[in-house]
Ligand binder design. Sequence first.
Ligand code: BYC
Length: 313
Amino acid sequence: MTTEQLQAHFDTKIEADLSIEAKDWMPDAYRQNLIRQINQHAHSEIIGMLPEANWLTRAPTLRRKAVLLAKVQDEAGHGLYLYSAAETLGCSRQDIYQKLLDGKMKYSSIFNYPTLSWADVGVIGWLVDGAAIVNQVALCRASYGPYARAMVKICKEESFHQRQGYEAVMALAKGNEAQRAMLQDAINRFWWPTLMMFGPNDSDSPNSAQSMAWKIKRFSNDELRQKFIDNTVPQLEALGMTAPDPALTWDETTGHYRFGEINWDEFYQVLKGRGICNHERLEAKRRAWESGSWVREAASVHAKKMAAKKQAA
Ligand code: BYC
């Protein structure tokens, strides 16, 4: 088939909502866009383990510790599913990971904020995983099959994460004055950064139009942000807590909450590596990569020995 015929076949499949699979022909720009998004997503899962892991040794009870340990391990699994999905597009995991360590690839801005109290762990589960679900449920219908299928499993686990987070914040909301103040402080610090997770406003989102035309993204950044706010404000009210946004009001006519202006300058500073924890996060990953070098070496020697044995047999 000529390139034009292959392109026409690809366009017909996208139009008909059929999955594009690893061995199918696809335009190079579609492939590169997926490599960018899926790997950024994978990096976010792996870096995202760090803020909560900070509290593993100080969880208030054994039960909380066991649940948090399982949750943080789930995030490592999400990273693995996503790196594997990205590899089906022909990129090398080592190359991609090196780009993260060199600060040449992005990961979600939210993980550059510190976790200062135990309440932050609950708020991450409730708000951050809650925002991730809103975004990721839509990605379960992404046009690239391996990405969409990875998202189905991830969403099931994220949904448990969101519930464990809400259960933890409910306990604090029903607690004493100091516990309620700790929770309100965590909400105040994480509210705006959570809204930034959905990416820039649609008018400033360079990738959205093409990603939506290719049905990688099914909803725009602003649509998903609004959906998250509409879902979350009633949960906030049920806790008896408030958002740090005086403009947050219910709009009877649109049936949605209105909210204030996001500080996009802060968002872009974080993307440029100037967030509170950018340096610390990448340093932790570089240290882990170096201290794990003996494992990689041993595994590659073992793999070579096995291959030689197989050849000799
Ligand atoms: N942070 O044109 P746009 C989790 C970048 S982890 C950093 O709108 P796009 C969890 C964007 O990459 C869940 N960068 O881009 C884990 C682009 O830069 P490049 C993480 C951001 O791709 C552990 C530029 O800004 N979820 O839940 O169409 C513990 C312009 O943006 C951000 C995902 O990764 C950001 N917030 O849309 C707990 C979801 N926003 O690449 C929880 C998958 C934007 O052109 N990703 N940028 O240099 C997506 O759905 C989309 O990539 C986005 C952005 C909606 C994030």
